[in-house]
Design a binder for this molecule. Structure first.
Ligand SMILES: Cc1cc2nc3c(=O)[nH]c(=O)nc-3n(C[C@H](O)[C@H](O)[C@H](O)COP(=O)(O)OP(=O)(O)OC[C@H]3O[C@@H](n4cnc5c(N)ncnc54)[C@H](O)[C@@H]3O)c2cc1C
Length: 424
């Protein structure tokens, strides 16, 4: 496997080619008089799914995105639909952490069920396939870790299985001869991130939501029964200030959440981490990889998209451009990531790598989402699912919409409360 292009600019536009930002309302005259039931801040999968559910519930809703819809993490991710405890934190923090993480895992599993119905619901083929995920091992120590992890997952009633070498070879004959066994998680799969967020945004707009791109929240103030939001809206090289009011606000703005809540609840310091990470994609090759693959010895996610391209990722570090903070691809990371991929699927050796891109991944220290109403500003709802927020996106949207219209979500949100990070 060898690369032809690693230019971040070219690759980044490639990563976004599925979005069509111009179809969404941009800027426009100041609408200080407009008052909405709910204003959603952030046009990633979380915000767009929230706007969709709100509009379907009959709320008047405006969504503001500072850039283009679906072009940050939600448009740059690797499209894995995760449904197992991730190997790396399990190895680092152990079974005690994993048991505390189980509510977040159940959240992902519920979200996975929603993914199965989304094509029909949103009227777009999102290329969702759930043939299962394989965490592959090539030495006995890795198998020991897998067995321990599967024990925790099975105790919680999850469908996770330990496979022998023979089982793996029967299920996925394309993996390396070196593989000695695996964990199999039948619910996992993949979807196309370039399609999903715009599809939510379009469906939200069809249901009556106003979607405003290039509209950055710069101030949020609570005024009695409403919130007053000030935006910097850009159009045609001009930027103007727009102000609107909303009865409720949903902040689905990624790591910007941390500073946005600070003025509303000074004692709440959300410890959201931001790391630049990258993905590489090969040229289209004959379909032969059915599963979402991970490797138990190193960071890796690997899958073949509907178009035949093979996406290789797993959280390898990218870098930030000095001055702009823009995430850029690191060649050393790409080489190392591809070497791990080749060790797992040797047949990829003849595939050209066509592009690579980087994005910012967000985390929380306990890997659980931040999801709930702010105690000191109860008209404001916040939502961020760390590391696997693409998988979680459809359910994040439904739960945030429920909270914004004061409908009790079916889930126990206590483990996800933002208040667990309150210092006063
Ligand atoms: C390279 C990479 C690979 C990944 N792979 C996977 C994967 O395979 N599977 C998986 O489940 N997850 C994956 N993730 C994680 C996943 O992409 C994210 O968790 C998810 O997209 C988060 O969605 P979001 O809508 O919450 O945030 P985002 O997509 O980051 O959206 C937040 C939006 O808020 C906007 N915003 C911020 N501040 C303001 C403001 N002041 N005013 C207006 N708008 C604002 C931003 O511009 C942004 O568009 C990956 C992430 C990266 C970076």
């Amino acid at each position: 496997m060898h690369g032809t292009s690693t230019q971040p600019s070219a690759s980044t536009s490639g990563a976004h080619s599925g979005t069509a930002p111009d179809e969404f309302v941009v800027g426009g005259p100041a609408r200080a008089s407009r008052r909405y039931d709910v204003a959603v801040v952030g046009g990633g999968i979380t915000g767009c799914a929230t706007a969709y559910h709100l509009a379907c519930a009959g709320a008047s809703v405006v969504l503001a995105e500072r850039g283009e819809v679906g072009t940050e993490a939600s448009g740059r991710n690797a499209g894995s639909l995760h449904g197992q405890i991730q190997r790396e934190p399990f190895e680092r923090f152990g079974p005690g952490w994993a048991r505390d993480f189980l509510p977040a895992l159940r959240f992902l599993l519920d979200a996975l069920e929603m993914w199965g119905r989304l094509d029909e619901e949103l009227g777009t083929d999102l290329e969702v396939r759930t043939k299962g995920g394989l965490l592959l091992a090539d030495d006995p120590a890795q198998m020991q870790l897998i067995e321990e992890k599967v024990r925790v997952e099975q105790e919680a009633g999850l469908d996770a299985q330990v496979l022998s070498r023979a089982d793996v070879m029967a299920l996925a004959p394309y993996v390396s001869e070196r593989v000695v066994g695996a964990e199999y998680s039948p619910v996992e799969g993949k979807a196309n991130p370039m399609l999903a967020t715009p599809a939510f945004a379009r469906a939200a707009a069809r249901a009556g939501a106003e979607i405003r791109a290039r509209c950055a929240l710069v101030d949020l103030e609570m005024k009695g029964q409403a919130a007053r939001l000030t935006f910097a809206a850009s159009e045609g090289g001009r930027t103007e200030t727009q102000v609107l009011e909303a009865e409720r606000v949903v902040l689905a703005s990624g790591d910007a959440l941390a500073y946005q809540v600070r003025s509303l609840e000074p004692g709440l310091a959300l410890p959201i981490s931001s790391e630049p990470v990258q993905v590489a994609a090969t040229e289209p090759v004959q379909p032969f990889i059915e599963h979402l693959l991970y490797y138990a010895g190193q960071r890796l996610t690997l899958k073949q998209a509907k178009a035949g391209t093979v996406l290789v990722g797993g959280g390898w570090p990218a870098r930030l451009e000095r001055g702009t903070g823009y995430p850029l691809v690191r060649l050393d990371s790409m080489r190392a990531n591809l070497a791990v991929a080749l060790g797992v699927v040797p047949r990829l050796g003849s595939a050209l790598v066509l592009r690579s891109w980087a994005g910012i991944g967000n985390g929380t220290p306990d890997h659980r989402p931040v999801l709930g109403v702010l105690r000191r500003a109860p008209r404001v709802v916040v939502g961020l699912f760390p590391h696997m927020g693409f998988t979680a996106g459809p359910l994040m949207g439904r739960v945030l919409a429920d909270l914004a219209v004061e409908r009790q979500p079916e889930l126990d949100l206590a483990p996800f409360s933002p208040e667990r990070f309150a210092t006063s």
